[in-house]
Design a protein around this ligand. Structure first.
Ligand code: DQA
Length: 146
């Protein structure tokens, strides 16, 4: 069975409380439950990691090497700042998809840059929690190709 690691960055643990008009009222544990259900439908094994710390996210990506076949990553604010996350994804070479709950294209200028995008096979934004499911579908499709 394909193994996918879902990594969420800073403040994603505040879902439900944080800016509900942008991110919705569902919580991080609702997200985990939603993605777990979809994963079992897709016949994918899924694990979750959330951290507010850039270095811990780098560690999680490095530790995924040899253990996971795909990464779904919402680096949150680190999307727009982190060369370290980009380098980590490039280091392990695990097929990865970038996800954003909101449509960052419609938001502030400082959100228009993504460092991790360079290391990702796709970017999905503005689809809420379904973006994570779509990302798993993309990764499953890629695995079938190879
Ligand atoms: C986000 C968008 C980022 O710009 C923001 O910093 C986040 C969440 C999203 O999921 O829409 O924390 O990645």
């Amino acid at each position: 069975m394909m193994k996918i690691l879902v990594i969420n960055g800073p403040n994603i643990n505040m879902l439900g409380i944080r800016e509900p008009e942008i991110y919705g009222k569902a919580t991080y544990s609702d997200l985990v439950e939603y993605v777990e259900k979809a994963a079992s439908r897709l016949n994918v094994e899924v694990a979750f990691f959330q951290s507010n710390h850039e270095g811990s996210m780098v560690d999680a990506i490095q530790e995924a090497y040899g253990k996971f076949d795909g990464i779904v990553i919402n680096p949150a604010a680190y999307t727009h700042t982190s060369v370290a996350l980009l380098d980590a994804l490039k280091s392990v070479g695990i097929p990865s998809v970038e996800v954003h709950i909101s449509d960052v294209r419609q938001r502030e200028d400082f959100r228009q840059v993504s460092f991790v995008r360079d290391a990702c096979v796709a970017t999905i934004m503005g689809k809420g929690f379904d973006g994570y499911v779509e990302a798993m579908e993309v990764l499953r499709g890629k695995q079938k190709e190879s």
